[in-house]
Design a protein around this ligand. Structure first.
Ligand code: ZN
Length: 158
């Protein structure tokens, strides 16, 4: 039997709403607040946790998910060198087998360049023909496609 930890945004919202309905707000802990409640989607550890704690916990849990699991690691403006050091330690120190760096991106169709972060216009050519991408679950999708309002709000705040 293969145990997997898969991302499912719709189930995350639906289960949170069902639990709130059944048990009430005082007993249910969700992300997204009362307007857009949801449970975690990809992360096993809360995105607000310390990164080292997150990597230690996920490194211990990943071997249990022989059917699949991905650890998303926020870039948070770190340099290429810092990410290289991080990448080396992910397998040696934390025993992570499957991971990806996570960062919202903006693509400019006028100059064909991609930039980190969510931009309203191109930082290079000033065009407003830009498209924002971010991971909804494990996949990068255009932000305009997102239907998950709680996660969209968290993305824009973060
Ligand atoms: Zn441009």
């Amino acid at each position: 039997m293969n145990l997997s930890h898969l991302a499912e945004d719709e189930a995350s919202q639906r289960l949170a709403l069902m639990d709130v309905e059944k048990y009430g707000w005082s007993k249910v802990v969700v992300q997204g607040g009362r307007e857009d409640p949801y449970y975690s989607y990809v992360p096993l550890v809360s995105p607000t946790s310390d990164l080292k704690v997150k990597l230690e916990v996920e490194g211990r849990l990943q071997p249990l998910f022989n059917g699949g699991h991905i650890t998303l690691i926020p870039v948070n403006g770190r340099s290429g060198r810092a990410l290289l050091r991080q990448t080396r330690s992910l397998s040696s120190e934390f025993k992570l087998r499957f991971f990806a760096y996570d960062q919202p991106l903006t693509y400019c169709s006028s100059c064909g360049k991609t930039f980190p972060g969510l931009k309203a216009k191109c930082p290079r050519c000033g065009s407003i023909k830009v498209e924002a991408y971010a991971r909804q679950s494990a996949r990068y999708l255009p932000v305009k496609w997102w239907s998950h309002q709680g996660k969209l709000k968290a993305l824009k705040e973060g």
